[in-house]
Design a protein around this ligand. Sequence first.
Ligand SMILES: *[C@@H]1O[C@H](CO)[C@@H](O)[C@H](O)[C@H]1NC(C)=O
Ligand SMILES: *[C@@H]1O[C@H](CO)[C@@H](O)[C@H](O)[C@H]1NC(C)=O
Ligand SMILES: *[C@@H]1O[C@H](CO)[C@@H](O)[C@H](O)[C@H]1NC(C)=O
Ligand SMILES: *[C@@H]1O[C@H](CO)[C@@H](O)[C@H](O)[C@H]1NC(C)=O
Ligand SMILES: *[C@@H]1O[C@H](CO)[C@@H](O)[C@H](O)[C@H]1NC(C)=O
Length: 468
Amino acid sequence: MARFAHLLVLVSFVLASGAAAAAAGGAHRRERSSARLHLERAAPGATMAERAADDRFRHAYINAKLAAASSSSARRRAAETSPAESSAFAMPLTSGAYTGTGQYFVRLRVGTPAQPFVLVADTGSDLTWVKCSSPSSSSSSPAASPPQRVFRPAGSKSWSPLPCDSDTCKSYVPFSLANCSSPPDPCSYDYRYKDNSSARGVVGLDSATVSLSGNDGTRKAKLQEVVLGCTTSYDGQSFKSSDGVLSLGNSNISFASRAASRFGGRFSYCLVDHLAPRNATSFLTFGNGDSSPGDDSSSRRTPLVLLEDARTRPFYFVSVDAVTVAGERLEILPDVWDFRKNGGAILDSGTSLTILATPAYDAVVKAISKQFAGVPRVNMDPFEYCYNWTGVSAEIPRMELRFAGAATLAPPGKSYVIDTAPGVKCIGVVEGAWPGVSVIGNILQQEHLWEFDLANRWLRFKQSRCAH
Ligand SMILES: *[C@@H]1O[C@H](CO)[C@@H](O)[C@H](O)[C@H]1NC(C)=O
Ligand SMILES: *[C@@H]1O[C@H](CO)[C@@H](O)[C@H](O)[C@H]1NC(C)=O
Ligand SMILES: *[C@@H]1O[C@H](CO)[C@@H](O)[C@H](O)[C@H]1NC(C)=O
Ligand SMILES: *[C@@H]1O[C@H](CO)[C@@H](O)[C@H](O)[C@H]1NC(C)=O
Ligand SMILES: *[C@@H]1O[C@H](CO)[C@@H](O)[C@H](O)[C@H]1NC(C)=O
């Protein structure tokens, strides 16, 4: 505990452009500074059927992880009353699905000297990790595969391995191997992903270098002692196109919490339309960006439901009060939006399509499809309601999600009645099992700036074109 709290305040700040920038600054500059990274769509051309298949893996992972967290916190409570059991609980070995279509990549440099990596930016993840050279890969035939970016801990002056008996390893590293037979052993993990991919490695601390925004990108900040997994072996399809994962989840060890502790306690992202040209940029900002929703009267805010007892970690739950379509409030069982009743809704960067638990799904598609009664239906995977929109002048009804705190999200019609093929539009939500969590996917989030104020536990959002 004490060790990790101590790490959080150890932040160093490197100004690449030196004295001129420092002279212009002082305390004021320090407060305003933010770091901005570009987000790239992992598979811009992916079909909706491919996205839906990946979203299903991811949804299974989210539900499994929530179930595991609540049963392990129940076990922990039980263990407090019967100490004999406390050393013996096994965490399930599952983690996020990164098959790639729904995700965004981000470039980050880690280590000293800094080495660049392409990582999946993931609000559903707590451990940041990169592929590492493994003893077996160095001896395998060099002709077998193209050169890969791998992190070499031995080549980084700032790398320090985390022992398996450290508080950080025991309390926060998800799915860490319970076996710590010799305390100086490294903290290790073994993830099994829902698509049968896996990743194994050891956890350490190292630095990460980010560019500061508001300049020409030459000023850089170095975050020290970021918790970093070094994946020494992996299998499966999940990690073909990326070098690892950048964790943006609600967790003490996530990159988001580490970077937010340096940059104003918050991070934000803005996603351009999923059909926008490839060069249109989405971005991820740590700190108060120039366009921070916090500074703007047009922004809305709702509490982030972050429970103390880890049951919601690493996900970001929000409280949905109501859904309206064409001004009518839909009749939806309130339990669907209640985390404590095995429902609840999360905002997720790594899910494409919005997944609604059956009672909400039924109400939403019924209300929207009613407005399209005269439009010819067509079949198109993965959606239930698709329409031949050729020559159709039907209007897309306004759908609103009302969050606690009178914060209303009114996404553009194209975010939930989606262009699926030339001349075809579909009601772009998919059904999730009830009971189960609902997920606000990244297509419904597009063209909004979302700010996760971790210090004050607010989610703020406002419409935006995401053009800086
Ligand atoms: C971990 O995070 C929780 C809040 O999410 C905080 O109360 C706690 O102090 C943190 N622990 C450490 C060791 O930083
Ligand atoms: C723990 O690890 C040691 C050394 O790797 C091994 O000999 C032992 O069997 C393991 N114990 C368990 C319970 O897995
Ligand atoms: C993963 O492996 C299990 C057992 O071998 C198999 O039943 C399942 O279909 C596999 N899943 C995928 C997505 O390949
Ligand atoms: C993206 O590329 C197109 C041409 O391919 C160009 O017309 C457009 O200006 C570019 N947009 C940006 C934001 O660079
Ligand atoms: C939509 O309808 C038009 C005729 O109005 C037809 O030519 C076209 O093939 C249809 N498209 C689909 C996808 O069914």
